[in-house]
Every structure is written in structure tokens, then in C-alpha cells.
Design a protein around this ligand. Structure first.
Ligand code: SF4
Length: 262
């Protein structure tokens, strides 16, 4: 590699490191603890080989912060433990108007997780994710993929309904998404699908628009991450149906699901 190439690469590494530290700070981390656990070199090498054969089609943004969340030296919690940790949460102002915390539901060992923005009115009342009109459409999409709702896991970035279904604010996302990250770590899916730009931007820690993010896989720790339209957007604009289905076909291929669906 020539000198210019090395400097560019070094600049990129430093920029990635800066983003990573800022991101950890946003999650409330005040200092970094060095890993003390002994590394199992043999198994690590096998895992690395497995990872190498499953490289993403295209990664448009740096997802290194998420890698750290997956590999964190802190204890991996079960979904029940995460629920318990959330408790009767008042960590952000969204607690003031909620009826129920909508934690998420589905297969705790799902290979596929759908992540939305936040609960709406029906979800707030029932305490379950995606049960309103958009939720019914998501169920249809899951069925068209040859799966059942109980096969997958469904959750949101924020667990309490924003007033009047407004978009969650940055401080609310920054406070609540730690629980989503813990859920994803507990489930350890092969594929994560972010529904809509808020979910995608919150998980990938980017300001990139949905149009720039969808259509290709990104990385999220050991998982592949697909960004697509929120089902509510399909209700407003049926023209999104085709590109969404194209995204889901990539997901099905990644999961080895052969049903053609449409
Ligand atoms: S949105 Fe999340 S952080 Fe905010 S009160 Fe609800 S559970 Fe707590």
C-alpha cells in the first residue's frame, strides 16, 4: 500500500473510533473497560472463518458501534431479565402518556427480527407491537414470506407511545434504544429488518435517508441488517409494496426460505 493509501486508511480508522466513542457516550457510557476475558483462539478463528463466508452484499455505513454491543464484555441478559430491568420505566418523558410499555414479542430464538419506530395507539392499549392496521400488514408480509408471526420477533426502538404518534425525539431514542440493543443481543438473529427510517437511523446510528439505506444488506454485529419501508408507509403509498417485497426476497434468500410469496 502506498503512503497516501495508508494515511487515508488511518484517517478512516480514527474517524470510526471517534464515531464509536461518541456513540457509546450517547448510550450513557462514561468510560471503556478493557476486555479481561481470556480469548478462545481456536473457536474465535472458526467464528471468524464463518463470518468471512457471510460477508454483507454491501455496507453503506460504518456499523462498528453495534459490533461492540454484540461483543460487549458485560453479561448477556435474557429477554426476561431485560424486561425486568426496564420495569415501570420513567427514564424518558414518553412514560408520561403511555398506557403500557410495549416490550416486544415473538420467538426468543428468532432468526429474523423486525424493528419498528415505536408503539402506536393500538399497541399502547394492548401492550403488543404491530397490532394496528400497519401491524396487520406486517403480519401479511411475514405470511407471504412463508413464516408465522410466532417464528419471528417484533419490537420497536422506543417502548412507549409518543404522544399523537409523533416521531420519537433524539433524547428518547438515545435513552431507550439500549434495551433494543440488549434484546437483539439476547435473540442473536441472523437478519434484522428495520422498518422505516427512524428505526434504521436509530439502529445504524446514521443520518442517512431511507432511500440511501434500503436495497442492500448492512451489518449489525454478527447479523445482516435490511432497511425497508414501514408498513404504515405502504398504507399511505401502495407504490412502496414492490420495493418492500424485493427487500424481503433478499431477506428470504439470506435465511434460505424458498417460498416465492407474491
Ligand atoms: S420509551 Fe423507553 S426509556 Fe422511555 S420511558 Fe418508555 S421504556 Fe423507558
Amino acid at each position: 500500500m502506498n503512503q497516501i493509501g495508508s494515511v487515508t486508511e488511518l484517517t478512516q480508522i480514527l474517524e470510526d473510533l471517534r464515531k464509536y466513542v461518541e456513540y457509546q457516550r450517547a448510550l450513557g457510557l462514561e468510560y471503556l473497560v478493557p476486555r479481561t476475558k481470556k480469548v478462545d483462539v481456536k473457536n474465535a478463528a472458526i467464528k471468524e472463518d464463518e463470518m468471512r463466508t457471510k460477508q454483507p452484499v454491501k455496507t453503506t455505513i460504518d456499523a462498528s458501534p453495534q459490533l461492540n454491543i454484540f461483543d460487549s464484555a458485560s453479561k448477556k441478559q435474557t429477554l426476561e431479565e431485560i424486561k425486568e430491568e426496564i420495569g415501570d420505566c420513567t427514564r424518558c418523558k414518553l412514560n408520561e402518556g403511555r398506557t403500557n410499555i410495549v416490550f416486544g414479542e415473538g420467538n426468543p430464538k428468532a432468526r429474523l427480527v423486525f424493528v419498528g419506530e415505536g408503539p402506536g395507539r393500538d399497541e399502547d392499549i394492548q401492550g403488543q407491537p404491530f397490532v394496528g392496521r400497519a401491524g396487520q400488514l406486517l403480519t401479511k408480509i411475514i405470511t407471504a414470506m412463508g413464516l408465522k408471526r410466532s417464528d419471528v420477533y417484533i419490537c420497536n426502538v422506543v417502548k412507549c407511545r409518543p404522544p399523537g404518534n409523533r416521531t420519537p425525539e433524539q433524547d428518547e431514542i438515545a435513552t431507550c434504544r439500549q434495551f433494543l440493543f440488549k434484546q437483539l443481543r439476547a435473540i442473536n438473529p441472523a437478519v434484522v429488518v428495520c422498518l422505516g427510517s427512524v428505526a434504521a437511523q436509530s439502529v445504524l446510528n446514521t443520518k442517512a435517508k431511507l432511500g440511501e439505506l434500503r436495497g442492500n444488506f448492512h451489518t449489525y454485529g454478527h447479523a445482516r441488517l435490511m432497511v425497508t419501508y414501514h408498513p404504515a408507509a405502504l398504507l399511505r403509498n401502495p407504490g412502496f409494496k414492490k420495493p418492500l417485497w424485493e427487500d424481503m426476497q433478499l431477506v428470504m434468500k439470506e435465511l434460505g426460505i424458498s417460498k416465492s410469496g407474491d
